[in-house]
Design a protein around this ligand. Structure first.
Ligand code: FAD
Ligand code: UDP
Length: 406
């Protein structure tokens, strides 16, 4: 295995101490040596946000870092590629909108890319009609003709189903918005997306969506939002600058050899695959993406339209150029997203957060906690959590802080 170079030196570690004896200093200042970093070798498995942020931070702290990635590109599921005929960056693994309330995370990503001011809004198509979504005052106007927050509150109070302790996603929705809104927007989409009856899913999956009694129709409420100008891949190239990366390498094909050659492994693949599925197979949801290049400059007027009817086999159609906020090209690329059941060998896009899967995951956590090997698990698949990008970055920064603290 070739030994990677030291990929990043600690900032200012070689800084001259001359400033300590500057003639303008009136008193003498004792010279303090910078703390010595005992460089360790880290192998990072996976070049998505978790792996790439860990790689950057560990390299900048003076450690030897190398990254392996089984795909033929960096960026994980956030990967974008430029589509020359449509003149836009394509979100290859589904729409990726960056949003966060964390100033630390926002400042962090802005070190590696400039973001445009895209704010995500989408519409729902249901039985030949289009609706504002997530549920807001305009949605309620479209369905019920009401016009004010007070009327909206009264309407919801009238349609809500009284369920004191909602036990699942369906009951929670009925208790919040009643049967008609649930049927129009949630039931069909959720059943398609997760391949399960909403009564068999936890409400947490949907609690991330706001229900607003104002005309605010933004999909996310976060303070910071945008898309990296030039695409996510350019951001990753800067994030990983100077760090050796090997693409097309599957860690699990030679797991023990890799572990034996480095001081520490950060693994961002599926935790059940790491343990050879010995505690059972965790459920994932997979996706199929169907792209089309169309000879129109704007096909649907916004980046995402959700299709909530159960009889429509897909969940959403993306039109990528809206993310770049550049509609000039006479052609456009659109992607139709079909959820599908995951089987071994397919890409694991979503952890399926049922009680049964959480129980299986807990068994893997017990194995992880007693592992005699220097391995840290992280990211959406390593922690089996429905993380968004900003959460993954926050978790990676916290992980590195923990590792550096010893
Ligand atoms: P990943 O991005 O999955 O990266 C893990 C990497 O590890 C992969 O590249 C994988 O190939 C590699 N790997 C796995 N196993 C091995 C192995 N054995 N050997 C070598 N390499 C391996 N988040 C948002 O914030 N906003 C959004 O709008 C948004 N939209 C999304 C839409 C879709 C359809 C999906 C699926 C996700 C979306 N997300 C969104 C979530 C976002 O994709 C994740 O939060 C983020 O990509 C997780 O980063 P990660 O590093 O944990 O995992
Ligand atoms: N959802 C829905 N109807 C919609 C959009 C979302 O019922 O039109 C539900 C669905 O269960 C989905 C969840 O809300 O899985 C979270 O939606 P989000 O858009 O955050 O999903 P993601 O972008 O992660 O696929």
């Amino acid at each position: 295995m070739p030994q990677g170079p030291i990929a990043g030196a600690p900032p200012n570690s070689l800084a001259s101490p001359q400033h300590l004896t500057h003639p303008l200093l009136t008193t003498s200042v004792p010279q303090v040596d910078p703390p010595l970093v005992v460089a360790k070798s880290y192998l990072i498995v996976g070049a998505g946000f978790f792996g790439a942020v860990c790689a950057r931070e560990l390299a900048d702290a003076g450690h030897r870092v190398r990254v392996i990635e089984k795909r033929d590109h960096i960026g994980g599921n956030s990967f974008t590629r430029f589509h020359p005929e449509a003149g836009t960056h394509q979100h290859v693994y589904g729409a990726h909108i960056f949003h966060t309330n964390s100033t630390e995370v926002w400042r962090y990503v802005n070190r590696f890319a400039e973001f445009n001011h895209y704010v995500h809004r989408l519409h729902v198509a249901y039985r030949e009609r289009m609706y504002s979504f997530p549920i807001n005052l305009f949605t309620l106007h479209q369905l019920y003709g009401i016009r004010t927050p007070a009327e909206a509150e009264a309407k919801l109070a009238a349609v809500r189903v009284p369920i004191e302790h909602p036990a699942n996603l369906e009951e929670w929705c009925l208790s919040q918005v009643g049967p008609e809104l649930y049927e129009t927007f949630i039931r069909g989409y959720t059943a398609k997306q997760w391949g399960r009856d909403p009564r068999d899913l936890p409400a947490d999956i949907i609690k991330r969506l706001p229900i607003r009694l104002s005309f605010d129709d933004r999909y996310f409420s976060d303070r910071h939002q945008g898309i990296p100008i030039g695409g996510y891949t350019a951001l990753f190239e800067r994030l990983l600058q100077g760090i050796p990366i090997e693409l097309g390498v599957d860690f699990l094909a030679d797991r023990d050899t890799w572990i034996g050659k480095v001081d520490h492994v950060i693994y961002t693949g599926p935790i059940d695959a790491f343990f050879n599925y010995s505690e059972g197979v965790l459920a994932y949801r997979s996706l199929r993406f169907q792209d089309a290049l169309l000879d129109v400059h704007d096909a649907q007027g916004m980046a995402v339209i959700n299709y909530t009817e159960p009889s429509v086999p897909f969940t959403r159609i993306l039109e990528h150029k809206h993310f770049d906020m550049n509609l000039q090209c006479p052609r456009t690329v659109v992607t139709t997203e079909y959820p599908q059941e995951w089987q071994r060998g397919m890409t694991e896009y979503y952890p399926v957060n049922t009680a049964e899967n959480q129980e299986t995951y807990r068994r893997y956590c017990a194995r992880r906690d007693h592992l005699a090997l220097p391995v840290t698990f992280g990211g959406r698949l390593g922690e089996y959590r429905y993380y968004d990008m900003h959460q993954v970055i926050g978790a990676a920064l916290a992980t590195v802080r923990r590792l550096l603290a010893g």
